[in-house]
Design a protein around this ligand. Structure first.
Ligand SMILES: CC(C)(COP(=O)(O)OP(=O)(O)OC[C@H]1O[C@@H](n2cnc3c(N)ncnc32)[C@H](O)[C@@H]1OP(=O)(O)O)[C@@H](O)C(=O)NCCC(=O)NCCS
Length: 148
């Protein structure tokens, strides 16, 4: 399998707006989806945000958004999702690695960080397969991961 990441731009952002939401998602997944499907496209259109698409050939597999971390010398992967129709096929770790590699280059940063809610079992498994936790869960239940 060969995945490629491309920057989210005004020209391709319509692909994100077309993604359907997960039915009955827990609040932390709804927040990710709202950010990626509603807020991130607005930021791309107003040139105030950065994001990426992961494709296998012509098929859109995953979407992510990123920005400089407010505290650390790192880029923050703000949100990441695999398209609902492609979940549970073992694609997430490869798609996340592809997204992280893109962010490293696009943001010219040595570290990319991301937060995972401790109840998000799937994303925790995916994250632990590509990086070590940088901090334990905070008061809101989010574990921080960092990948050099
Ligand atoms: C989290 C997400 C990216 C995982 O994508 P996916 O394609 O379903 O994941 P995979 O099929 O590659 O599975 C990854 C692992 O999670 C496990 N898994 C998948 N869905 C699961 C579920 N609903 N509950 C528990 N474990 C699950 C798989 O068994 C696999 O474990 P393994 O590697 O030990 O075999 C996807 O569910 C998603 O986009 N969710 C909504 C947005 C979100 O939560 N993003 C993360 C925000 S930080």
């Amino acid at each position: 399998m060969s995945l490629t990441a491309t920057a989210l731009t005004r020209r391709n952002v319509h692909q994100v707006s077309a993604i359907e939401r997960t039915a009955n998602a827990p609040w932390w997944a709804q927040e990710v989806e709202t950010f990626l499907l509603v807020d991130a496209p607005k930021q791309i259109l107003s040139r105030t945000g950065s994001g990426l698409l992961v494709h296998e050939g012509d098929v859109l597999v995953a979407v992510a958004a990123h920005r400089p971390h407010h505290k650390w010398t790192a880029e923050l992967l703000q949100a990441f999702l695999v398209l609902p129709a492609l979940r549970n096929k073992g694609l997430a770790a490869l798609a996340l690695l592809c997204a992280l590699a893109h962010v490293h280059v696009a943001a010219k940063t040595e570290h990319v960080m991301w937060l995972v809610h401790q109840e998000n079992t799937a994303m925790l498994r995916v994250s632990l397969s590509v990086a070590d936790p940088a901090t334990p869960a905070d008061a809101d239940g989010f574990v921080t991961f960092a990948k050099p």
